[in-house]
Ligand binder design. Structure first.
Ligand code: S3P
Length: 289
């Protein structure tokens, strides 16, 4: 997971990658509808541009000519407003495409087991799904490439919509906080006495050596007072590469998010919401989460 990119995820294309038969186009279409963005299927777009279907193009010109087309078509599609793009299963084998995905897209890997992919692809005319052994070999070969480019792994449209909003939902995520907080720079953990008592030790353990300091805001609405904010501003010992992690309910995430946005010239922050209010309200707008 790389959540620390320069562009806000909402300015980026959402790119769905994954193996043949994983269901990328169906999923990407659903995501596009839900987030109100144009949908582009890269294979369809290629077919439209060359005026022939992919199997005949492969047969006539070979795989490397097809790969070139994939890269140039993706670059053309990426012009203009952010879209949801379903890539072909092999696009991620191209270094240019991988660079594009890292720099310009929020890339979602639709990770589906090989048996399911094969069942769906075996009777199709896809040139690289004609032989089961080769299909399975390619599947294994490409997994590291999908993993390399992916900002998030998804099983369904809900996962993608959450990832596009930079929301990470996972049972046990608190124990993985150290990996989930972007980058490797120091972290200030901000919570309130109640939540710190319940989850503070887990969060501290998970942040490990990155944890530079802890701070407790007063519980409830009092966190959102200038006095409480002033104590936090004075207490924070981060430089501009540091991250505030706000662990708690809506008041904690409101106050810590505000403090992070106004500390130095604004530092990154990650809300770790411990209540529903914090999840649906106060956490939205976190700079990187
Ligand atoms: C390919 C996957 C296909 C299509 C072409 C090559 C691949 O797209 O681009 O047949 O190399 O995996 P889907 O993944 O949409 O089937």
């Amino acid at each position: 997971h790389r959540l620390d990119r320069a562009l806000s995820p909402l300015d980026r294309h959402v790119a769905v990658v994954g193996f043949m038969g994983s269901g990328k186009s169906t999923l990407a279409q659903e995501v596009a509808r839900r987030i109100g963005r144009p949908f582009v299927d890269l294979d369809d777009e290629i077919e439209r541009r060359v005026g022939s279907n992919i199997p005949s193009f492969f047969e006539r010109y070979g795989e490397s000519a097809f790969r070139e087309l994939e890269a140039t078509t993706l670059a053309a599609v990426a012009e203009g407003d952010p879209k949801v793009v379903a890539l072909g299963g092999g696009a991620a084998t191209l270094p240019d495409v991988r660079r594009f995905l890292r720099e310009r897209a929020l890339t979602i890997w639709l990770d589906v087991d090989v048996d399911t992919c094969w069942e769906r692809a075996r009777d199709s005319d896809r040139p690289l799904a004609q032989d089961e052994t080769e299909f399975r070999r390619l599947y294994e070969e490409r997994r590291p490439l999908y993993a390399e480019v992916a900002d998030a792994v998804a099983r369904d449209a809900d996962d993608v919509v959450l990832a596009a909003a930079r929301v990470h939902v996972e049972r046990g995520a608190l124990q993985r906080l150290g990996e989930l907080v972007p980058g490797d720079r120091p972290v200030a953990l901000v919570s309130d006495p109640h939540v710190a008592g319940i989850h503070g030790a887990d969060a501290q353990l998970a942040l490990g050596p990155r944890l530079a300091q802890t701070h407790e805001l007063p519980p409830g609405e009092e966190a959102k007072t200038l006095a409480a904010l002033d104590r936090l501003w004075q207490d924070l010992r981060l430089d501009r590469t540091g991250t505030v992690v706000a662990l708690g309910g809506g008041c904690t995430t409101d106050a810590a998010g505000f403090a992070a946005a106004t500390y130095l010239r604004g530092v990154a922050w990650v809300p770790v919401a411990s209540s529903l209010v914090a999840q649906v309200d106060a956490a939205i707008g976190g700079k990187t989460a």
